[in-house]
Design a protein around this ligand. Structure first.
Ligand code: TRP
Length: 353
């Protein structure tokens, strides 16, 4: 009888362990760099929205990070407000995920300092994003820029996250987070920080091309390249009608140029299958008129973005709601952050007198 219950206990312990292992703890941050465009919606936000249904998620607005470019106080606040409203409007849910503003959590900067004590100049200087910045802004190569990966590590380790959904451009930063976590563990001979993995979406992620014929939709590629969720219908029509095309197919079933491929890709995101097939056929028999295709794309794009735009405006104007969301997030996140900092201080050897 005794052995039987013991055995049962071990079994249930095992299953708890397995369950814990399967439960991912996810952290991701977004820099407050202005309006959301279709690329960030399909490329990141949509996956956040599905993650919050299944896992414990922390999503935050990385406003400490934006200080590397020295924004003025008014812009800083406005940008945080914009990104928060737009993420909420798209479906991030403060009752499912913990959504917070980084600067509300000073514990992150404390962990950042500790991690900096074991981050070395050589490895920080070798980071690709740092080298790019040095090239782009040689007059403002500040220490914050150099230690961007340590701050990002603090963002992730403060919650002892197991997974981080990041794009290709952030993989090196995540690799450094693993390095810093492992180094901390070895230095203090503890098994404290997990080494977080990239959360991989496999085929779920859609690449959204730009309107200027380039491979990727983005802000840095210039105004006309991106479709912002907040764009007014007239603005959208103009942008789309100006999108790059070529001189048209001359032989049936001709392979498409990058520009035309892009227009079709965008259409696949927002138009019905019938519409896409209709223009595919026209392309293949060389009777396509790009003007008509773009007109159709513009209308379908407007239909797609209008509900988002309306919700964004509604939320942006609802200061009470935004305040409530931020407060709710701060409360939840501080609990997790305080616990980590308390434990880290003990590990490091800061003891109360
Ligand atoms: N570096 C990320 C970017 O540029 C933003 C970011 C900051 C982040 N801290 C993070 C992403 C922590 C994931 C986890 O997009």
């Amino acid at each position: 009888m005794f052995y039987f219950t013991l055995y049962e206990n071990i079994l249930s312990l095992q299953s708890i362990k397995i369950r814990i292992r399967m439960n991912k703890l996810i952290v991701s941050g977004m820099r407050p760099t202005g309006n959301l465009h279709l690329g960030s919606y399909f490329g990141a936000l949509k996956s956040f929205i599905s993650l919050q249904e299944e896992h414990k998620c922390y999503f935050f607005i990385a406003d400490y990070h934006s200080l590397t470019t020295h924004p003025n106080p008014k812009d800083l606040h406005n940008n945080v407000r914009i990104i928060l409203s737009q993420y909420l409007a798209c479906g991030l849910d403060p009752n499912k995920a913990t959504i917070y503003v980084q600067s509300e959590v000073p514990e992150i900067s404390e962990l950042y300092m500790y991690l900096n004590m074991n981050a070395y100049l050589g490895e920080l200087e070798r980071v690709t994003s740092f080298k790019d910045k040095v090239r782009q802004q040689p007059d403002n190569v500040n220490a914050g820029l150099l230690t961007y990966p340590t701050l990002m590590a603090a963002d992730i380790l403060i919650h002892k996250a197991t997974h981080v959904p990041v794009g290709k451009d952030q993989e090196q930063h995540l690799e450094m987070t693993r390095t810093f976590a492992g180094r901390f563990n070895r230095m203090y001979n503890v098994d404290y920080f997990p080494e977080p993995l990239a959360y991989n979406f496999g085929n779920e992620l859609v690449k959204v091309p730009g309107l200027d014929g380039s491979g990727k939709m983005g802000k840095s590629e210039g105004e006309g390249n991106a479709v912002f969720l907040i764009d007014e219908p007239e603005v959208l029509r103009k942008k789309i009608m100006r999108a790059k095309t070529d001189s048209g197919p001359t032989t049936p079933n001709e392979p498409k140029t990058q520009e035309i491929e892009n227009i079709f890709s965008l259409m696949k995101l927002v138009s019905s299958n019938d519409t896409v097939s209709f223009f595919e056929e026209k392309y293949n028999d060389c009777s396509i008129r790009y003007g008509d295709m773009k007109k159709q794309l513009a209308e379908d794009m407007i239909a797609f973005t209008t509900p988002f735009r309306e919700r964004i405006l509604e939320i942006e104007n609802n200061s009470e709601y935004l305040k409530q969301v931020v407060n709710q997030g701060s409360e939840k996140v501080r609990e997790s952050a305080r616990k980590t900092i308390k434990e880290v201080r003990e590990i490091i050897g800061f003891k109360p007198f």
